[in-house]
Design a protein around this ligand. Structure first.
Ligand SMILES: O=C(O)CCC(=O)C(=O)O
Length: 286
């Protein structure tokens, strides 16, 4: 845990002369009540076009950019998530989008501290792609003492048909759900669910998101996505996962952690020991 005196030395997210963050009081209230909210137009239409074009080209960059170290064309999206992992580590341009000032301003307003970048991903999710099992991000990131947060920007409008996210409102207040091991099943693989059994009272709802809008959700929120059932429409998404500036430890996979200027921070240690579900569970790629 961080001592109160150390927390006091962490800067707050906004200073007196910074403009108000581009998020309404109602959206902030929804985030704290339900665990998520959607904010429009943080990226300009030109930036969204540029992100789309960049990642169409990025497909040809070889195996290093995909988890599992396969090439784009070797991944069967019906079986595995077809996604670029940590593109900000391979491209200064992708890092710039992950540290986009308006996104960081919203994150600061939601977290109460400046945001630090831990992870980026780009989901291609073409027609026929599988969904993502229900999970809580902080099972994997193990951010402490506070949880992590996602900024999930729709490059294609995310709909029921092409596999939008489903969330359980209010579940951001849950503790981490620990998986019951099932012999022969590997849930910790390419986006399958660690939540087993699924809580009976948890009722997921779909969240459709227009192209260019950004959905923010907390690290304990139970969420997943449906399969892409369309014949022709992808559901591409640029995703950043962040922690707040008071974070003291984080799972190894999410290091190095970057501040708003793209500098590596030294205040976040690599998590050691077991996760909330004991040794051998939690931590790692999600
Ligand atoms: O976009 C998806 O389908 C899943 C994304 C997700 O689970 C995440 O960003 O934590």
């Amino acid at each position: 845990m961080v001592a109160p005196t150390e927390l006091q030395s962490i800067p707050s997210a906004a200073s007196a002369d910074s403009p108000p963050p581009p998020i309404s009081a109602a959206q902030i209230e929804q985030f704290h009540r339900d665990g998520w909210c959607v904010v429009d137009a943080l990226f300009s239409p030109a930036e969204i076009d540029a992100i789309e074009a960049f990642f169409e080209e990025f497909k040809t960059n070889g195996a290093a950019i995909y988890d599992g170290e396969s090439r784009f064309e070797d991944i069967d999206p019906a079986k595995r998530q077809l996604r670029a992992m940590h593109p900000h580590r391979h491209s200064e341009q992708a890092k710039t989008w992950a540290l986009q000032p308006r996104v960081l301003a919203v994150l600061g307003a939601l977290l109460g501290h400046p945001a630090l970048l831990a992870q980026t991903m780009y989901y291609f999710k073409p027609p026929g792609a599988k969904g993502q099992g229900m999970h809580q991000d902080n099972f994997y990131l193990l951010a402490a003492p506070a949880t992590c947060i996602a900024a999930w920007t729709a490059i294609d409008a995310a709909t029921l048909d092409n596999g939008c996210l489903w969330v359980v409102p209010g579940s951001h207040r849950h503790a981490i759900h620990c998986p019951k091991e099932v012999p022969g099943e590997n849930w910790n693989n390419y986006g399958d669910s660690h939540i087993n059994p699924f809580p009976r009272d948890a009722k997921p709802i779909p969240v459709t998101v227009p192209r260019g809008s950004t959905m923010f959700f907390g690290g304990q929120l139970i969420h997943g996505s449906g399969p892409n059932r369309t014949a022709t429409t992808s559901r591409r998404t640029f995703i950043g996962h962040y922690v707040d500036a008071a974070t003291t430890s984080l799972s190894k996979f999410y290091h190095p952690v970057l501040d708003a200027r793209g500098q590596v921070v030294s205040t976040v240690a690599v998590h050691t020991g077991g996760g909330p579900c004991g040794d051998g569970t939690g931590g790692g790629v999600h």
